[in-house]
Design a protein around this ligand. Structure first.
Ligand code: NAP
Length: 301
């Protein structure tokens, strides 16, 4: 098991158990930790689909807050192996929430824009009714309810289209790096232009998570994504423009790229809860992307 990392101890230090610590969000949560004593748990340290072991680990560490970034989120695979999706995305979080409720810990859990069907065509707010189109979306929505039903103080954060310097271990990298690699290999690239979303830098999402905890916000749902919206094609164009890459890029329609999963054609996220609490929104995705490229060493400031 990984050790305990203590950075600058804040005045309101909480003992944090971080599940999924080697993932891209988990990595940035550790990087931005404002000083809480934090126990990072990788998939090798805990498997949240093993209820008995997970319960033992939670009780042994007795944290004030459990942050769960673990998920089964290879979306096409979820269609083929729904039982795996439900085990990791619903039953695992339900177990964590039950143990947290019994031990008095607060649970922070992450969900997805894929709980929506895309028909709204405007940024989805926390009060908008979900209607997932895929096994992944259904399992994550189930996980949200499982977490929220156990204790009102639990926080469920929906985010979207994550990119972080560690890359998603569950997805085998991230979209930004895939596009840069294709360009450097001289491969022309086709990217869908009819799927609109909110690209989000995990460093920004991590910082907002710590801000919510520091403010002791009420429990429930929060939509947290970088500001603005774009298609995957527009996102790629911006990556190439910032890096002055001249690789041919062709917009295509999602119908031209068949997949097992039905994806929402619009899944941008907006928040009505953050302004209610006086919390400023995250920067726009273009600024976040630029910061990411600098942090990753692709761009000089
Ligand atoms: N990535 C996105 O675009 C996106 C968009 C919206 C929402 N989200 C949500 O945001 C959260 C974080 O995503 P991320 O991109 O940071 O994911 P990630 O990089 O794949 O990290 C997840 C971590 O959890 C671990 N893990 C997987 N299954 C586990 C299990 N059963 N028990 C314990 N650990 C397990 C993974 O380890 P292994 O890799 O070794 O299995 C990985 O280190 C997830 O809840 C995801 O659903 C992600």
């Amino acid at each position: 098991m990984s050790g305990v990392s203590v950075l600058r101890r804040s005045s309101t230090a909480m003992k944090i158990l971080l599940i999924g610590s080697a993932g891209q969000l988990g990595t940035d949560l550790q990087k931005t930790n404002p000083g809480h004593p934090l126990v990072p748990l990788t998939h090798a340290d805990i498997d949240i689909t093993d209820a008995a072991e997970s319960e033992k680990i939670l009780r042994r560490h007795a944290p004030d807050v459990v942050i769960n970034t673990a998920a089964y989120h290879r979306t096409d695979d979820c269609e083929d192996f729904p039982e795996k999706a439900f085990a990791a995305n619903l039953l695992g979080p339900r177990l964590l929430a039950r143990v947290c409720a019994e031990t008095g810990a607060r649970l922070v859990h992450y969900s997805t824009d894929y709980v929506f069907d895309g028909k709204k065509r405007l940024p989805y707010r926390e009060s908008d009714p979900p209607f997932p189109l895929s096994v992944y979306g259904i399992s994550k929505l189930g996980g949200e309810f499982a977490v929220r039903s156990q204790a009102d103080r639990n926080i469920v954060i929906r985010s979207a289209s994550l990119f972080g310097t560690a890359g998603s271990s569950g997805k085998g990298g991230n979209f930004v790096e895939t596009m840069i690699r294709r360009s450097r290999e001289g491969l022309s690239t086709e990217v869908v232009d009819d799927m609109i979303m909110s690209p989000t830098y995990t460093l920004d999402l991590a910082q907002m998570t710590w801000a919510l905890l520091a403010k002791e916000v009420p429990g429930g749902l929060y939509h947290i994504a970088n500001g603005g919206t774009c298609s995957w094609y527009e996102f790629t164009r911006k990556i190439f423009a910032l890096l002055r890459l001249e690789t041919p890029l062709k917009p295509i329609r999602s119908a031209d790229r068949p997949a097992k999963i039905r994806r929402p054609l619009y899944s941008a996220l907006g928040s009505e809860r953050l302004p209610e609490l006086g919390i400023p929104p995250l920067r726009v995705w273009q600024e976040a992307l630029r910061a990411y490229l600098i942090e990753k060493g692709h761009l000089t400031p």
